[in-house]
Write a protein that binds this ligand. Sequence first.
Ligand code: ATP
Length: 229
Amino acid sequence: MLSLKIENLAVSFPGLTAPVLAVDHLEIAAGSGVALTGGSGSGKSTLINIIAGLERTRAGRVFWGDQNFADLSEGRRDRWRAANIGLVMQDFHLFPGLSALDNILLPARLSRVATAELVKRAHVLFETVGLKRPEQHVETMSRGEMQRVAIARALLRKPGVIIADEPTASLDLESGEAVGDLLLSVAADAGSTLIVASHDQRLVERLGRRLSLKGGHIVGDTQAGEMAA
Ligand SMILES: Nc1ncnc2c1ncn2[C@@H]1O[C@H](COP(=O)(O)OP(=O)(O)OP(=O)(O)O)[C@@H](O)[C@H]1O
């Protein structure tokens, strides 16, 4: 369970006159659930890349608990992410040539933490996300199936933080709802901080807080109670 604090963050790319993301101050409480919403190009994926430590910023500070990402070398940042963040990216980042089950277990194996108990949990998660053939190579799977593999992999180690970019985008209504159930229940069980970028209104409404982005700025910050009002 980890809290997030962002200070004076600005993300710019060469050739652009304004930053694509500018966040002066943002705090997310440990164990809370937050939806990132906003139109295409509003900065959701950029924010996810920054808070997952996949992109580094020279302008601003990003703390998970007491850990400022900017203070870590790339190798240490990668290890910190592997141990603390379960990440579901839009393009899944799966490893072709490996089975679905091996994909779920690979990060844990690389970190040398794939105990017999974790392998058992991988099998359970595989079934919980509604998949049937653990030996199927991921490159032969449909996008919806790949998405479920990515979700099972992200949840395997009951991470302190779960970050998901459009986790229901390739799923039908029923599967999307099941994936939403799974994300919320694993986050609740493990006390994980859950951050989800989504256009899926049904999923967004299940999270306690909604941050809306527009043009790289946070233009709305509402709690579930206020949303219902
Ligand atoms: N490497 C880059 N170079 C230049 N511009 C970039 C780069 N990466 C992102 N952008 C721009 O930053 C803006 C925010 O992009 P981002 O991917 O964060 O949006 P998003 O809200 O996730 O959109 P979507 O919902 O379509 O995924 C966009 O205008 C995009 O074109």
